[in-house]
Design a protein around this ligand. Structure first.
Ligand SMILES: *Cc1c(COP(=O)(O)O)cnc(C)c1O
Length: 504
């Protein structure tokens, strides 16, 4: 199977090539030219398989230039070696007869980013090896918190690849920051950028297409790639868990064959929910795709109006991984919804870049609204959702997932849609212990306590074990303390990589 660019549909590249490149030279994102479909019989074969086996079967439909042997080895390294603390990898639990939660945070960094980032480095390193690539790959990451740590964990000590992570100085939680600045590994670099996530992300995006930077790297034997969710190798592992969720629901008799179910996705860069859209296109009976935003509700407004307008105040919230005003992966959806009109996609993306706003035509808007429902939760509503869910089910949500829960309730109320629903849980509540405890027990409970004391209290309340990745964090030495401005990012990269010359 080949891949095309959302900004030039005549591109046709193999999956190894696009995973290495990350983003298309024309600035577009890579998408499969054809989306494979599952028949009922195909799906049946997967029901009794383990997560690893399901992943191999599903990924082999998309990554057709990887040998089955290579793919098997990549998937095993990612999900089969005990780095996930659940044997099901992405278990679905039932909170009621019609409401389920899929826990995507059993990986080493306690956020759903591990689902993709435990696998991507192996895919990339295999692609480098099998294509006879002579350049060393430099993976550049802009992170709103969870991606950075997950990418560092995934890529550390992977051969032939260097990884550089930029995180917004003011945009990540204390634990997220500590996770990153204590990262070990012989190929990892971490720097804080003054500003918010969009500053860091825009900085990285500009560097990817900066001619002088690319030339200088080339001369030193390096080439850039991306581990952000613009890389297809990040997206495709996420399709697997939506299919796996359906198979689990079937296996446990929680739904019947072909019965439609809705999914609710706490959304930021639109990667996770886009994977659900692809799963639906593959034949999984997903009903409504419910897109949940926090106070930065650019996506909720977009779905409701067809107008994407980033010209608005940026809020820092208690769900920081969703504090995003430019949702990169939307470009892939627009390409599909507009019947692959790359000229239209180019125009919309140019308008977004130059004016900060674009408006869909009415046909694309109605297609968008048929598939998706968009809602949002304020900070108070997010905390309310954590409290209510704990009181009703004894189950503790992290703030991101709580945004999803609030929006799910709002959707049910407005639509009267009774279909069963899976809420994807994107982070362990332990990662955001203080806001979670503040929501459940109140402000008093967290006063004068540091994050590590709070983690212990949360463990008592939730009767959940503290995840291994967070247990010893406060005893690790800080290894990375670079701080730079957006303008400085290029120079930081050349000094990290010890390149000759300073980039202007
Ligand atoms: C990244 C992240 C999100 C947003 O996912 P997108 O794919 O960017 O939409 C939501 N919750 C958590 C905890 C995350 O880390």
């Amino acid at each position: 199977m080949n891949y095309q660019s959302t900004r030039n549909k005549d591109v046709a590249l193999k999956s190894m090539e696009i995973i290495k490149q990350g983003i298309s030279a024309d600035g577009g994102l890579f998408v499969p030219i054809e989306i494979p479909r599952f028949s009922t019989q195909d799906l049946h074969k997967l029901i009794d398989m383990t997560y690893v086996q399901r992943a191999i079967a599903i990924l082999s439909l998309f990554l057709t230039d990887f040998s089955l042997e290579d793919l098997t080895s990549c998937v095993h390294s990612a999900y089969g070696t005990g780095s996930f603390d659940s044997k099901d990898v992405a278990p679905v639990i039932s909170l009621s007869d019609d409401f389920f939660v899929q826990e995507l945070w059993h990986g080493p960094t306690c956020a759903f980013k591990d689902m993709a980032l435990q696998l991507l480095p192996h895919l990339m390193s295999t692609a480098v090896r099998r294509t006879g690539e002579d350049k060393k790959i430099v993976v550049l990451v802009a992170t709103s918190g969870d991606t950075g740590k997950a990418a560092l964990e995934g890529f550390k000590d992977v051969e032939g690849i260097q990884i550089i992570v930029f995180y917004p100085e003011q945009g990540v939680s204390p634990i997220q920051k500590l996770q990153m600045v204590t990262q070990e590994g012989n190929n990892v670099f971490v720097a804080a950028v003054k500003g918010n996530f969009d500053d860091a992300q825009t900085g990285v995006k500009n560097i990817f297409t900066d001619e002088s930077m690319i030339k200088m790297l080339e001369e030193s034997g390096y080439a850039f790639s991306s581990a952000n969710s613009i890389n297809w190798g990040r997206l495709v592992p996420q399709i697997v868990y939506y299919i796996s969720a359906y198979l689990d629901l079937l296996k446990k008799d929680w739904i019947s064959e072909g019965e439609e179910f809705n999914v609710v996705v706490p959304t930021g860069n639109f990667g996770n929910i886009l994977a659900a859209y692809y799963a639906k296109k593959m034949g999984i009976p997903i009903g409504k795709l419910i897109c949940a935003s926090n106070k930065n509700k650019v996506l909720a407004d977009f779905i409701n109006t067809g107008i994407y307008d980033r010209r608005r105040e940026f809020y820092k919230t208690i769900s920081p991984s969703m504090d995003i005003l430019i949702s990169s992966n939307l470009e892939r959806l627009l390409f599909e919804l507009s019947d692959k009109q790359d000229d239209k996609v180019r125009k919309w993306m140019m308008e977004l870049k130059e004016r900060g706003v674009y408006k869909l035509d009415s046909q694309t808007t109605s297609r968008l609204q048929d598939l998706f429902w968009g809602g949002y939760a304020t900070e108070e509503q997010t905390m309310e959702a954590i409290r209510q869910t704990y009181n009703e089910y004894g189950y503790v949500l992290d703030p991101h997932t709580a945004v999803g829960k609030w929006v799910y309730d709002a959707y049910r109320k407005e639509s009267k849609d009774k279909r069963k629903t899976v809420l994807v849980s994107t982070a362990s509540p332990f990662k955001f212990a203080s806001d979670v405890l503040r929501s459940i027990v109140g402000e008093e409970s967290i006063k004068d306590k540091d994050d590590f004391m709070l983690i212990n209290i949360l463990s008592d309340i939730s009767r959940m074990e503290i995840p291994a990745g967070l247990r010893e964090l406060d005893k690790k030495p800080v290894l990375h303390n670079t701080l730079c401005s957006r303008e400085d990012m290029k120079n930081i990269i050349s000094s990290f990589l010890a390149l000759d010359g300073v980039v202007k």
